[in-house]
Design a protein around this ligand. Structure first.
Ligand code: ZN
Length: 679
């Protein structure tokens, strides 16, 4: 629950954080790669890869291979038919001999691109199933037209049966309509389309895991993190993800690459981290997973780092099952100096925050933070990716061993660069004052807000003794993200930030405040379909904060929403008042978290975070449409290649940026696809 996702185009409009570091002469680097449906695909640059040692490059290569091998796992976790659907569509895409210029074929291509983007048939962000714009009749015709040997037929299955099986899943909006259902008052397990559970009710799941928990255990394992829970012969069983268990073929290949990685580790600690992860993958033992997490969080000296495993639990409405993801990266040493300033002042921030003393940490532990350069994105970090990560998620490990926080700056840079001059600021910002401030400072303040959110926000505060960390249940993620965001927002307007050299100007923070409120009150609605409410935790959190603050600030016009020529604008008249309100809300949210006040959390989220003002929503969509921008972005990875000499020794690892979106996915599906399509 500690992943920060870049939410809005509005944070992307600033002109150019001028190329830092000795950038080479890749002048023609083109950030935008592809555009379809509501998505733009970008490329990111791995600056300074060339400057790593050969051994480090090799390590990145092996970890990258290990990352890509997990791709199918996530597809299958997201829905049990995803792999079959992806393979069927890819087979059609590659082998269809009919009219490839027809609207039907183009719509099929777009649909396939969306499946790649969502790692399945659901939108990566809204989690709603998207419906093809080609007909079921065309699907049937296209599938039947190709060599059956290319199709993912299960044993004894005919092409006709495959089509009959998949057609309702693709075309019937009622079937598998939502990947992770968070709606109130229904069985969240049975109404979610993911494949983390099967044939079980929410109550059964809750009781199953409740029975495992020992309330006196101070260091509990992450129950259920790496398994599917299902019924066999009327009994609940966990199918553990491990070598020899569920997803064995993919996990075995991950392990093989990790073994190679261990051989070129930068140091013994890092080798031990990798070996412990291998042990976990082989045994599925969650105690080993905790050992691994502790070793991982304590390895602060290695330059290269990675996430590889069942990590975030957003995909499970009950927040238990980890979605597979991987990120390989290395430290950006220059930019990390900024986060080191934040970390070394962590106690000051904790002591001076506006929350009630009883909810503060007496001693903030192990807040480590760094700025990283992503080298490969995979699983749940690909194609859509977070811009900041804070792990591990296990509460007691965070408490006793701290957490690692990262800001992925080459990703934010790609966002910024791709957004220059796209017209967004002209359309939605109140005046040139806000636009100028955004241009001058927003790149900086965005990065700083991410740092504060990740390094301090999630790590701040404490639960009162005996409070269940899961007490807020379905509202937990939203409340947690709001807490981290507010911590950052509150401090951005503090003069201490300028004193510490984190921002160059006492008014710079206003760029972030303006964008945050404009986003939360208005522009993030560009990501919501007409008549829909907000489901996703980060978006709920942003609207919650913005609406709560606005409701109080409009009384004395500290914030106004003004209509000009029929268009609505946010205008902030008193930024320090806004800051005070951020502080008040932070105090309240920390109280809710610390005391496990489920009703309080529910009320806040439901009142401010969920429902959408339909009139404003329609207006925002209309204005946004004129700009012809994609509200979501995903990425393609670079390609790494081992260079060998005549004696089969590795002499270099090269990086290239030539692969496009379609090529990349088709290649991944060939090279990194080891799971059976068994349904
Ligand atoms: Zn977060």
């Amino acid at each position: 629950m500690k992943k920060l996702i870049l939410i809005c185009m509005s944070s992307l409009l600033m002109a150019c954080g001028a190329e830092k570091s000795a950038s080479h002469s890749i002048k023609e680097f083109k950030y935008s790669v592809d555009k379809f449906a509501d998505v733009e695909i970008l490329r990111y640059r791995v600056s300074d890869f060339e400057n790593l040692s050969l051994k480090q490059k090799e390590l990145i290569f092996y970890l990258s291979q290990a990352a890509l091998e997990g791709r199918d796992i996530l597809y299958d976790q997201n829905n049990k038919y995803n792999l079959c659907i992806r393979r069927t569509l890819e087979a059609v895409f590659e082998n269809y001999k009919g009219d490839r210029k027809s609207a039907d074929f183009e719509n099929l291509t777009t649909y396939l691109k969306r499946v790649w983007m969502g790692n399945g048939i659901h939108h990566h962000y809204s989690e709603e199933k998207f419906i093809p714009e080609f007909s079921a009749a065309y699907f049937k015709l296209a599938v039947k037209s190709i060599d059956p040997g290319k199709l993912p037929l299960s044993k004894g299955e005919t092409v006709e049966e495959l089509i009959v099986k998949l057609t309702p899943i693709l075309f019937d909006p009622e079937i598998f309509s939502k990947r992770t259902n968070q709606a109130e008052g229904v069985d969240l397990i049975q109404t979610s389309a993911n494949n983390l559970y099967e044939g079980v009710t929410q109550t059964e799941v809750e009781n199953f895991y409740l029975n495992m928990k020992n309330p006196n255990d101070n260091t509990p394992i992450s129950y259920g993190l790496n398994s599917k829970l299902m019924k066999e012969n009327g009994k609940l069983v966990e199918k553990t993800y491990k070598v020899g268990g569920m997803y064995s073929a993919a996990i075995q290949r991950i392990v093989n690459w990790l073994e190679k990685a261990a051989n070129v580790a930068e140091n013994n600690n890092q080798r031990d981290v990798i070996l412990t992860l291998i042990d976990f993958y082989k045994t599925g033992n969650l105690k080993t997973y905790d050992d691994y997490s502790i070793k991982w969080v304590e390895d602060l000296t290695s330059q290269i780092d990675f996430v590889n495993g069942f990590t975030e639990t957003y995909g499970d409405p009950l927040g238990l099952k980890g979605s597979w993801e991987s990120l390989v990266n290395f430290k950006n040493i220059e930019a990390t100096k900024r986060t080191e300033i934040i970390s070394s002042n962590a106690q000051w921030f904790e002591d001076n925050s506006p929350v009630d003393k009883q909810f503060k940490k007496e001693k903030v532990k192990g807040v480590s933070a760094k700025v990283i350069t992503a080298a490969i994105l995979a699983g749940d970090c690909y194609p859509a990716t977070p811009i900041g990560i804070n792990l591990p998620n296990t509460n007691w490990i965070r408490r006793d061993h701290g957490s690692k926080s990262v800001t992925i700056e080459n990703i934010t840079k790609a966002y910024d660069q791709a957004s220059l001059g796209n017209g967004f600021a002209e359309e939605f910002m109140w005046s040139d004052v806000e636009r100028k401030r955004a241009k001058d400072f927003a790149s900086m303040t965005n990065n700083l807000h991410t740092d504060l959110h990740e390094c301090l926000g999630h790590g701040s505060g404490k639960l009162l003794p005996g409070v269940d960390p899961d007490a807020l249940k379905a509202y937990g993620s939203t409340i947690e993200e709001a807490r981290a965001d507010l911590f950052g927002l509150y401090y951005m307007g503090d003069k201490r930030i300028v004193e510490l050299g984190l921002l160059p100007d006492k008014d710079a923070y206003k760029a972030e405040y303006y964008q945050f409120l404009m986003n939360g009150l208005m522009t993030q609605l560009t990501r919501i379909q007409p008549d829909k409410n907000i489901e996703e935790a980060h978006m709920r959190n942003r609207q919650l904060i913005a609406s709560w603050v606005y409701e109080r600030a409009k009384v004395d016009k500290s914030i106004e929403m003004i209509t000009r020529n029929g268009e609505t604008f946010v205008k902030i008249n008193d930024y320090q008042k806004v800051r005070a309100l951020f502080g008040q809300l932070l105090a309240e949210i920390q109280r809710i978290k610390s005391t496990g006040d489920y009703e309080g959390g529910k009320k806040l989220v439901e009142t401010y975070g969920v429902k959408v003002n339909q009139t404003l929503h329609a207006e925002v969509l209309e204005r946004y449409k004129k700009l012809n921008l994609a509200p979501y972005r995903g990425f393609v990875n670079p390609v790494y290649t081992l260079v060998k000499n005549g004696k089969d020794e590795i002499t270099d690892v090269t990086i290239s940026y030539n692969e496009d979106y379609v090529e990349q996915h088709l290649r991944y599906s060939k090279e990194f696809s080891s799971l059976n399509t068994n349904n």
